[in-house]
Design a protein around this ligand. Structure first.
Ligand code: XIL
Length: 353
């Protein structure tokens, strides 16, 4: 008994001397910092705003176009592609040596009318009054294939990471089935989208991206099952995107819970990115020291978790400064409207060492 204990103690000592446990990052794990900018949406103007550009150049390694690669902007008419807006942003990123992330190829928002309106009166969620979509599975699959091929193909070799499928899982962990693609093509639309994207650029990293999956809960469990099964079937999914639109009214998530959740995905062989971090204050609320501190603590927890998990390679904030955000009037970002760093920025800098 004694001998065994001694052996165990020795083993523990050896492991401790050997460095961090597997999955923990080696010294020098550097998390890249990304930011979203856009010419469209409520945050329109952020991309051309000199103050935001200056901050981007000074502090960020990766750019996410907020809208420019969404289907409604990039293929506004069937087979007619408009890459001009995304091209401009990609040129800017490349000029400054920044990476570029592509959101989002298949999503239930920001689809052009022509995709929905094959069924007259088709609502955003893709069901017409009769409840029967008029696309055939074959036609919609062909349309999806052309879309993904053209968009990913256009940027082959230049865009390293694509959000291939965005927000396919519901809060209960089951696949969202109340919109066009699952209804017409069936759940196989997800694997198909990844396979098409992989063929269009075999070098690109392909991500599944979603919100509300920062810690273990029924939704992240559902995403876990989905990705595990896709990987088991040989579908090339390389990355989990954790959006990180965080709730200021909720408690600060425990770093250990965030790390545990990221780790189980990393153990599937996936890279992790935090892709859309922002923490909206209650609309119109003055930025009290208390609210700012709570906001900073949430930023800090996510950044600390990413820092602790070797597979977590980039943390992207969904905007740069509070004067350009998709969440108007909520001051959700790390720089204020006067481009000054907020406590949230300090928390990011402290955690990302
Ligand atoms: C948002 C854009 O920032 C807005 O301009 C647009 O009106 C709606 O989409 N989750 C996502 C992002 O995956 O693509 C969304 O971006 C924010 C929520």
């Amino acid at each position: 008994m004694r001998v065994r204990l001694a052996l165990a103690a020795q083993l523990a000592l050896m492991l401790a001397l050997a460095g961090p446990a597997s999955g923990a990052p080696p010294d020098g794990h550097r998390v890249a910092l990304g930011a979203e900018m856009s010419t469209f949406g409520a945050e329109a103007g952020s991309f051309t705003d000199p103050g935001s550009r200056r901050l981007f150049r000074e502090h960020f390694d990766s750019l996410s176009p907020g809208n420019e690669l969404k289907w409604e902007y990039v293929e506004p008419e069937p087979g007619e592609f408009d890459f001009s807006h995304a091209d401009r942003m990609l040129d800017f990123a490349e000029r400054h040596g920044a990476e570029f992330r592509g959101p989002a190829l298949i999503w239930h928002w920001q689809m052009p009318r022509w995709v929905w309106s094959r069924d007259s009166g088709l609502a955003q969620y893709g069901v017409n009054e009769t409840g029967r979509p008029s696309w055939t599975p074959q036609a919609l699959t062909r349309t999806m294939r052309r879309h993904i091929r053209e968009v990913v193909g256009h940027y082959r070799g230049r865009i390293r990471t694509w959000d291939v499928v965005n927000e396919a899982v519901g809060d209960n962990g089951a696949l969202r089935d109340n919109w066009l693609f699952p209804q017409v093509v069936g759940p196989a639309y997800i694997a198909k989208a990844f396979r098409i994207a992989h063929r269009a650029d075999p070098e690109a990293r392909l991500a599944y991206n979603d919100y509300g999956i920062e810690v273990q809960n029924p939704k992240s469990d559902g995403v876990y099952r989905l990705l595990r099964d896709l990987i088991a079937r040989g579908v090339s999914v390389d990355q989990l995107g954790i959006q990180g639109h965080m709730d200021i009214n909720a408690a600060v998530p425990a770093v250990g819970d965030l790390v545990a959740n990221m780790t189980r995905f990393a153990e599937l062989g996936l890279e992790i990115e935090i892709t859309e971090l922002d923490v909206a204050l209650p609309q119109g609320a003055p930025m009290s020291a208390e609210l700012l501190a709570h906001q900073a603590a949430i930023y800090g927890a996510l950044a600390e978790a990413c820092q602790q998990v070797e597979a977590c390679r980039t943390l992207t904030v969904w905007g740069v400064s509070d004067n350009h955000t998709w969440l108007a009037d909520t001051n959700p970002l790390p720089f204020d409207s006067g481009y000054q760093p907020k406590p949230a920025w300090d928390a990011l800098m402290t955690a990302l060492r």
